[in-house]
Design a protein around this ligand. Structure first.
Ligand code: MTE
Ligand code: HPA
Ligand code: MOS
Length: 756
């Protein structure tokens, strides 16, 4: 299974022939859109006058809240988000009105003629202020085990502090977009860049007061999403749908980069207020932590993100007495949303900061401290899920071996002794990442598989392809079950008519859920084909048992006489003539997961992914520049469905987090304007920022609980590894200034500030 054959979209991408939304030629009569975005973060609308803008030739319609035929509500988990605000503007960049015109230029000119009068209200931007004022979407959540107060009071040492993490822009290459086309019988066909076809359908149906079966959602593929299109795409799809509904013409919504960066939600900033108790050896006895998130103007996915943060507040460590309290705070920023890791990276950064403080206090080796506290099989998490098949101690040992840890440490010390203006540092982080949607009901998927008369296959699943190559992995599963060569399987666009009620492709579960659904569909067809295959083989003199029939490399044979084969395509033609159905619907739901928030107990995850990373960096004390010299990662993939794809995911996730914690600074002014709204001011890592050396070892440890064919989810867990760079930079700084405080992200400015 674990071969590294090229993924199925590779050739299309490289030749520029893969199709994305709005790549198609303009449609006849298509209308283009531009928005009036709020110029202030918090205000009451006094007047919104569109009468002048509508007079411009080429303007078809100017749409506001009053044009919505159904319910002006796009919230799902908590219904607190209007498509257009009717009275209260909640964030800078919030869309207030939409112009539909025959060209973008005309639409842009018309937006300037919409007259907005408003009365400013005091905005809230910071977690502290929102929390003080009780601006939470829902009351505090809690997970508690043991006796924290007692353990803290009895601990040899205690430390406390406040640790913060900032936001991050998704910077998917393809900005938010949607094309809506009117169909017959009140149908609206949405070509939308969403991770969640079901959510778009549900929200648009409510907004337009149309049955769900009139809303068709079609997603060819996404030009990257990283969580930013799990919920974030819905509002723009709803805009296009509304425009199309009102004009009966095709409508295109397509955000420019600056519009996208200004108006869309990002990674949640978090604050951790913590107190930790530990003994002289560094064993952590107690942790009392409050996790607060900055959720922005509307709830969006903030509750689920807070939950995942709370589930990862322990990262990879067994702590007997824990209290985790979580509050998601409402502020006047664009609604923050899902972003790779979904709250876990924030919580893990906070906990690793705590471990660094403990190591410093006790002058302990960082890897030893982590080894002492690491989970072992049989340990229980604070929410009472048993940690099984846990090889963290081995992984840490493996990492020490791969990196030649003791020698590396000595080399760094020697380097630091010998260099005045440049210092090196090192850090290690183990990871335990829970797999499954924490919202239990989302853990389901379907697949629709057709085998055509020539033996080729067409596969649709609930999954959305966004570069993670869930399509290659699902095709691999079908290929394995039916023995069809990969090139004979076409993975189709995601489409609500072919596969309905699709959960978002998120939580790293795309392949687990949809691979299993694909397997289910393929196995149904295989079972139907077996008796026919048996009788066809019998005609060739092979009187075999049905159990012994193999489907492999486009042929079917009995394992007893593998030299006598029938062609798969001949079997299929015969099956059609024999009236055996060659289409199947597959379904899968994750077994054995549940959680009860009333008691903060349960097993929300099907399994955990384990791994660890080490980074060595060098900083220039005069310029604040840094270089990542070496990165070592040991990551448990289970039995990978495709090692090349998994390697790409590990590298990509690492670099994405590396950007978050070193260069992706996104400051805001006092009025709530994001100051970096394009790539000239928002610095994401590029090819030149790659570590000089990166060595990744993938461990194929067999797992009873891993998902499809023994593989483990890959999309998000490796994101955490990038944090090692931040801690290694801090470690280098501490070699000259032990009490220096390094800001996150560790930009040159932050590094220089910490040193001064
Ligand atoms: N990889 C690419 N190339 N593009 C993406 O948008 N999204 C990430 C990850 N890897 C993403 C990606 C996120 S946030 C998730 S949850 C998973 O892919 C989703 O896909 P999967 O569940 O199929 O792994
Ligand atoms: N991850 C990603 N998206 C989600 C989750 C999750 O755990 N829960 C609900 N939406
Ligand atoms: Mo990923 S943040 O779960 O889309």
């Amino acid at each position: 299974m674990n071969k590294s054959y090229p993924h199925i979209n590779g050739k299309l991408h490289l030749t520029g022939s893969s199709r994305f939304i709005a790549d198609e030629i303009p449609l006849p009569e298509m209308l283009y859109t531009k928005f009036l975005f709020s110029p202030v973060a918090h205000a009451n609308i006094m007047e919104l006058d569109t009468s002048e803008s509508i007079t411009i030739p080429g303007v078809e319609k100017v749409v506001t809240a009053s044009d919505i035929p159904g319910i002006n509500q796009i919230g799902l988990v908590i219904q607190d988000e209007p498509l257009f605000p009717e009275k209260e503007i909640m964030y800078m960049g919030q869309p207030l009105a939409m112009v539909l015109a025959t060209s973008e230029k005309i639409a842009e000119a018309a937006v300037k003629l919409i007259h907005l009068k408003y009365e400013e209200l005091p905005p809230i931007f910071e977690i502290d202020e929102a929390d003080e004022k009780g601006e939470w979407y829902i009351p505090e959540k809690k997970i508690e085990c043991g006796d924290v107060q007692k353990a803290l009071s009895e601990a040899d040492f205690t430390l406390q502090g406040i640790t913060e993490t900032p936001t991050q822009e998704h910077f998917y290459l393809e900005t938010q977009r949607c094309r809506a086309i009117p169909g017959e019988d009140r149908q609206i066909i949405l070509y939308t860049a969403t991770q969640s076809t079901m959510e778009v359908q549900e929200v648009v149906s409510r907004l337009l007061n149309l049955p769900a079966n009139r809303i068709i959602v079609e997603v060819p593929r996404l030009g990257g999403a990283f969580g930013g299109k799990e919920r974030g795409a819905t509002i723009w799809a709803a805009m296009a749908a509304l425009g199309c509904f009102l004009t009966h013409k095709p409508v295109q919504v397509l955000l420019e980069r600056e519009e996208d960066m200004r108006s869309t939600g990002k990674r949640h900033p978090f604050q951790g207020r913590w107190k930790v108790g530990f003994d002289a050896k560094g064993k952590i006895e107690a942790l009392d932590i409050e996790l607060l998130s900055n959720g922005g103007a509307y709830a969006d996915l903030s509750i689920a993100i807070l939950e995942r943060a709370m589930f990862h507040a322990d990262n990879a460590y067994f702590i007997p007495n824990v209290r985790i309290r979580g509050r998601a705070c409402r502020t006047n920023l664009p609604p923050n949303t899902a972003f790779r890791g979904f709250g876990a990276p924030q919580a893990i950064f906070i906990l690793e900061s705590i471990l660094d403080e403990i190591a410093k206090k006790l002058e302990l080796d960082p890897i030893k401290l982590r080894q002492i506290n690491a989970y072992r099989s049989g340990d229980i998490t604070p929410y009472e899920q048993k940690v099984i098949e846990c090889n963290l101690p081995d992984i840490l040992e493996r990492l020490a071996f791969n990196s030649n840890y003791d020698q590396l440490k000595e080399e760094i010390e020697k380097y630091n002794d010998e260099h005045r203006n440049s210092k090196q540092g090192l850090s290690i982080i183990p990871v335990k990442f829970g797999i499954s949607f924490t919202t239990t009901h989302l853990n389901q998927a379907s697949a629709l598989l057709w085998i055509y008369i020539d033996g080729t296959a067409s596969l649709t699943t609930s999954a959305v392809e966004m570069g993670q190559e869930v399509s290659t992995k699902c095709a691999t599963v079908v290929s394995k079950v039916l023995g069809i060569p990969l090139e004979n399987i076409r993975v189709e666009s995601s489409n609500s008519q072919r596969v309905g009620n699709a959960s978002p492709t998120a939580a790293s579960t795309g392949t687990d859920l949809n691979g299993n659904a694909s397997r289910n569909a393929a196995e149904k067809i295989r079972v139907r084909l077996l008796p026919l295959a048996q009788s066809m083989l019998k005609n060739q003199g092979i009187d075999g048992n049905m159990e012994k029939i193999c489907f492999k490399d486009g042929t079917v044979f009995s394992s007893d006489s593998p030299e006598t084969k029938i062609e798969f395509k001949d079997l299929i033609r015969q099956a059609y003539l024999s009236r055996i159905p060659l289409g199947a619907n597959g379904y899968y739901s994750t077994p054995g997961i549940s959680f009860d928030w009333n008691i903060g107990r349960g097993s929300p995850f099907q399994y955990f992914v384990f791994g660890a990373a080490l980074a060595q960096v060098q900083i220039d004390l005069l310029t604040g520049e840094h270089q990542v010299l070496k990165v070592f990662i040991v990551h448990e993939t289970g039995i990978s469905l495709n090692e090349a794809i998994d390697l790409g995911q590990i590298e990509g996730a690492f670099i994405q987090c590396y950007g978050w914690c070193t260069c992706e600074d996104l400051p805001r002014d006092t009025t709530g304007h994001y100051l970096a709204i394009n790539p000239s001011t928002y610095k994401i890592p590029t090819i030149r920022d790659l570590p000089s050396k990166i060595q990744i070892e993938m461990i194929p440890s067999g797992s009873k609980y891993a998902s499809i064919f023994g593989s483990k989810a890959i999309g998000e867990p490796p994101f955490i590894y990038g944090l090692t760079v931040w801690f290694a930079i801090q470690n280098a700084i501490h070699s000259v200034k032990p009490d220096a405080i390094l800001k996150f992200p560790a930009t040159r400015e932050s590094i220089l500030l910490a040193l001064n």
